[in-house]
Each structure stands twice: as C-alpha cells, then as structure tokens.
Design a protein around this ligand. Structure first.
Ligand code: F6R
Length: 234
C-alpha cells in the first residue's frame, strides 16, 4: 500500500485500526510505503509524516516493522535516497493500492502544480499556499518546512489502484478541475483521468462544483444492477 498523511485519511486509518482490533483485518503481510515527507524533519519530530503514520496507524496494527518504508527527512544523499525508494517499491512488485488526499491547488503527494506528469520520487519546493495550509499544526509559521520529498506523479500512476479522498467545500474546486477539467500539469490530480483504476471518494460538499454530479449519483445508484438487468432480459 502507498499511504498519504494529512487530515483527510485519518478516518480511514481509524477504521482500519477498528477492523484490525475486531480481528477482521490482518496487516501481517502488508507492505507500506509513505507518499511523502518534509525535508529536514527527523522521524521523531511530531510534525514529520513518519511520526504521523506511526501515531495514527502503524502502532495500532500488526504490520511488521521491516515492511514499513518511508522517505527520510534527513537523507545523506537525496538523489540516491529517492532512487533507492523507487527501486524498493519495484522490488515488491509495485504498489497495489495508493491512498491519496488532494491539496486545494490540486496537488497529489507534494507534486505541486507544474510538476511533470511523469515525475519520479524527488525533492520539491512547496508552494506558499501549501505552506500556509500546513502551518495550522505548527506553533510558528516560520517552522513549516519549505522542502519535501515526494513520490512523483509517474510513480503514483504506476499503482494498480488509486483511491483519492476529499471532503469539504475547500476541496470542491480542486475536485471539479481534476475530474472534469483538462488533463494538465497545472492540476496534478487531473492525471488520474488516465488511470484505469482510480476511485475518487468525496462528500457532497467536495462534489458541489461537479457539473455531472447528477449523472455520477445515477451511476452509483445503478452500480451492481447490470446483472439484474441482464437476468430480466433472459
Ligand atoms: C499528504 C499529502 C498531501 C495531502 C493534501 C491534503 O501526505 O501528500 O497531498 O494529501 O495536502 O491534505 P489534507 O488532507 O490535510 O487536507
């Protein structure tokens, strides 16, 4: 699995933890890769993504320590570290399920607008907008890291299934542009239109600017009815 941090996937991690506690989900053979990390923060820094994943998921489930992979915030050689991360993902046969959130500007991972649509894991400079959005957790705004390491858009697109989650009005524009707008590096999530197995799971507020909202609801209501329909025709 490839796992995102942030506010959005917290509910998923709580649910996975619950299922595990009830004995309905086993993580013993799961291999997890983090999507991104702030550059400059050590694993035990409370705002590092390593810390977030441990606190919100890993310490509650039976995933093996050696099956947890992450981008390091303080690597000795950034390029080599990113290259090795890509190789590690490949060595496990690629990512089966990638969980994503989305930024207000349409970023996925920390691939900010204008990122190459075929980019690989690398260092990125965050936009002022993202720094502002992320500053809510930091006491001092100046402490918010300006750089990060992130899986590239090309890396993300190689996942066999992608699940992008979003909620709230503040994500509605990014969702509308990503789902119904042109595919463009200016809206990184729009590349998901080319993925054969990308699922976008959103609430009504995040869906509010979608032009074909009624059609999507109609499709959803009819899901699973194809077989009944064929049955009746017999
Ligand atoms: C986090 C990540 C980001 C977030 C996005 C939304 O690992 O890669 O793309 O998913 O910034 O963040 P939230 O969910 O906090 O609104």
């Amino acid at each position: 699995m490839g796992l995102a941090t942030g506010r959005t996937p917290l509910g998923v991690y709580t649910r996975l933890t619950e299922l595990h506690k009830k004995g309905e989900m086993d993580f013993f053979e799961v291999v997890a890769f983090s999507l991104d990390e702030y550059l400059g923060l050590k694993e035990d820094h409370p705002h590092s993504f390593a810390y977030y994943m441990k606190k919100n998921l890993y310490r509650h489930i039976n995933i093996k320590r050696e099956n947890i992979f992450r981008l390091h915030g303080t690597p000795e050689d950034i390029d080599r570290h990113c290259q090795e991360y890509e190789e590690k993902i490949k060595s496990f046969g690629g990512i089966d399920i990638q969980i994503l959130g989305i930024g207000k500007n349409g970023h996925i991972g920390f691939n900010e607008p204008s990122s190459s649509l075929s980019s690989r894991t690398r260092v990125k400079t965050l936009t002022q907008e993202t720094i502002e959005a992320n500053s809510r957790l930091f006491k001092d705004k100046n402490e918010v890291p300006r750089f990060c390491l992130t899986m590239g858009i090309g890396t993300i697109m190689e996942a066999k299934m992608i699940i992008l989650l979003a909620n709230g009005k503040e994500k509605s524009q990014a969702i509308a542009k990503s789902v119904e707008g042109p595919i463009t590096a200016s809206v990184p999530a729009s590349i998901l239109q080319l993925h054969p197995q990308a699922k976008i799971i959103i609430d009504l507020e995040a869906a509010s600017l979608l032009k074909r909202k009624n059609y999507y609801q109609w499709v959803y209501e009819n899901k699973g009815r194809v077989n009944d329909f064929l049955e009746k025709k017999k």
